[in-house]
Design a protein around this ligand. Sequence first.
Ligand code: 2BA
Length: 109
Amino acid sequence: MKLIIAVIQDKDSHRLVEALVEKNYRSTKLASTGGFLREGNTTLLIGVDDSKVGDVVSIIKKTCQSREQLVTPLTPVGGPVDSYVPYPVEVLVGGATIFVLDVERYERV
Ligand code: 2BA
């Protein structure tokens, strides 16, 4: 068995969970925050048989899209505040960041 951890954008989470339920995959949805943008995103935990990993990853790829996001960098720590002009920069936030881990033991009691 494998545990798929997928960090996705909030906007895609509803569609992805629906697509997973439709194909009988179990998942747990966690509210998370990206370390770089410090904005909310969604982390899904999906436990599946090894043979189903490819199918789940392809569902994630189909449902989650990349988007460009404008980010205004924070004032540099210790830097001159009055002369610092923060220009927004564009960042491409992924469709999904996916980790696949081996599960040592799985029980539902
Ligand atoms: P964030 O950390 O908020 O990152 C959002 C986007 O900002 C990233 O999109 C990437 O395009 C950019 N970014 C992140 N760190 C950067 C840096 N040091 N320099 C320049 N640009 C940077 P994604 O790569 O698609 O990541 C989306 C979200 O997935 C991340 O949100 C984070 O929550 C998660 N993530 C990505 N890689 C991860 C990893 N190795 N471990 C844990 N979580 C990860």
